[in-house]
Design a protein around this ligand. Structure first.
Ligand code: PNS
Length: 160
């Protein structure tokens, strides 16, 4: 069984993340969506809300495919968490060339740290290529409408 980890902040999960999850489930037997607990960042949604938004979005938007996906949190190094859950692949999304440099740097560093773990990139669907959690947060913080950018489960939590 091939397990992959999709790590990230998911603050909040966007339709772009969901698109990457959908694509990754077509390739891997099991996908773990790992929400990083980062003490250096103050998230807009707390950890429980981020986890719940992802879990609900999977059930509401992915149907049976959601059964292949586990959602959990982790702290520390991504490659250490891969070892813990038996993941041989890290999944990341690429929206545009601008993502490439930092993602390449991360992939090479992770490979040095854990040569057995490979990073696989999925190109986000074109309609989500402009989307980022940071922009969603900014729009939401100013009371703007983010319903076209995030799944309903995340929207419910952002509105609270
Ligand atoms: O959603 P993000 O914020 O782009 O995700 C970044 C993430 C969580 C994948 C990255 O910051 C990460 O892996 N952090 C865990 C600590 C770690 O392993 N750092 C070394 C990466 S080369």
């Amino acid at each position: 069984m091939t397990t992959a980890l999709y790590p990230g902040s998911f603050d909040p999960i966007t339709l772009g993340h969901l698109d990457v999850i959908r694509r990754a489930t077509a390739v891997f037997d099991k996908l773990v969506v790992g929400v990083l607990v980062n003490p250096k960042k103050t998230p807009m949604l707390d950890l429980d809300d981020r986890l719940a938004a992802i879990r609900e979005a999977l059930t509401e938007e992915l149907g049976d495919t959601a059964k292949k996906v586990e959602v959990d949190s982790f702290d520390g190094l991504t490659v250490d968490y891969c070892g813990k859950i038996g993941a041989s692949f890290i999944v990341r999304g690429l929206r545009a060339v601008s993502d490439f440099e930092s993602e390449l740097q991360m992939a090479h560093t992770n490979r040095k740290l854990a040569p057995d773990v490979d990073t696989i990139f999925f190109m986000t669907a074109l309609e989500h290529a402009y989307l980022s959690s940071s922009l969603v947060k900014e729009i939401a913080a100013f009371g703007g409408d983010v319903s076209r950018f995030v799944p309903a489960a995340a929207l419910r939590r952002l509105r609270r």
